[in-house]
Ligand binder design. Structure first.
Ligand code: SAM
Length: 273
């Protein structure tokens, strides 16, 4: 009840909501600085077609295959090779590092609200065409029309104004540029989400319901998630870590499996003319 009241206030107070998420992700980044094995924070993606061979990864990336697969899924919705790419909400930088190393954009800039996550990312991922800096998704510190592609993975649920985020994406994209976008919502928030996308001024090129892919990724990745949670929060806090990391049987996988929560990916395009 108190938690519900707190969430009600949080959802209606944009500055508080932003500050809370920044504190939370700053805390994660500073408390768990030297955990190189944990560089992605999304729920992952699994191909459901058993006849498709697993995509190739270097041994050093294999551990985070499923969260990387979510980046691969959304990044490949349109070509990024040779392009100027911005990632908004880059977290601990593992997704941007994958895109920069494997999918060969000309350059990739990752921005995140958490200054500590940005510091971690710049220390952890030393890749020639990749740089991280602190910024708010609703106030991007870049000139108009400065990127060909924007990537956004499981981050927009934190933003106080999704409309301001879309307006900023539209502003920094070049005409014809793409937003590669994926996130989760409660099923009863879906209509508002679609309305915000429709009102963004970006054209919808692709919309996919990937809920089943995320549920399957969480199932296959559950043991690693549980073990990782034990490393960051030993008993008696391990239950909280299980919820946060999405271990099988906890709240998020259960809501996704029941359809009360959904996970979608979109490719949106800034009109060319
Ligand atoms: C669940 S994590 C996902 C991180 C990363 N995309 C990944 O998949 O590993 C959400 C990220 O969004 C960032 N974030 C939240 N609000 C933000 C905002 N207003 N502007 C930029 N980043 C934000 C958080 O700091 C956090 O790093």
């Amino acid at each position: 009840m108190i938690a519900d009241a707190f969430l009600w206030v949080l959802n209606r107070t944009p500055s508080l909501r932003r500050a809370m998420w920044r504190m939370f992700f700053d805390l994660l980044a500073s408390r768990f600085r030297n955990i190189g094995w944990w560089t992605l924070m999304n729920y992952g993606y699994a191909d459901l077609d058993a006849s498709v061979p697993p995509f190739e990864l270097l041994p050093c990336d294999e551990d985070e295959r499923y969260p990387i697969a979510l980046y691969r899924h959304v990044a490949l919705l349109a070509p990024v090779v040779g392009r100027d790419v911005l990632e908004v909400g880059s977290g601990r930088g593992g997704g941007a590092s994958y895109v920069a190393r494997y999918l060969k954009p000309a350059r990739l800039v990752g921005v995140d609200l958490s200054g500590k996550a940005v510091m971690f990312s710049n220390e952890q991922h030393r890749v020639g065409n990749l740089l991280f800096r602190q910024a708010d998704a609703e106030q991007l510190p870049f000139p108009d029309a400065s990127f060909d592609s924007v990537i956004n993975v499981e981050s927009s649920f934190c933003y106080p104004s999704i409309e301001r985020f879309f307006a900023e994406v539209k502003r920094v994209l070049r005409p014809g540029g793409h937003l590669h976008y994926t996130d989760l919502r409660l099923a009863d928030e879906m209509a508002d989400w679609r309305a915000a996308i429709a009102g963004s001024g970006l054209e919808k090129v692709v919309e996919r319901d990937i809920t089943a892919n995320v549920v399957e990724a969480l199932r296959r990745d559950s043991a690693r998630r549980r073990a990782g949670g034990r490393r960051i929060a030993p008993a008696p806090l391990s239950g909280i870590a299980d919820v946060f990391t999405g271990v099988d049987g906890t709240r998020i996988p259960s809501l996704l499996a029941s359809g009360e929560m959904v996970y979608f990916s979109f490719l949106l395009r800034k009109p060319a003319g």
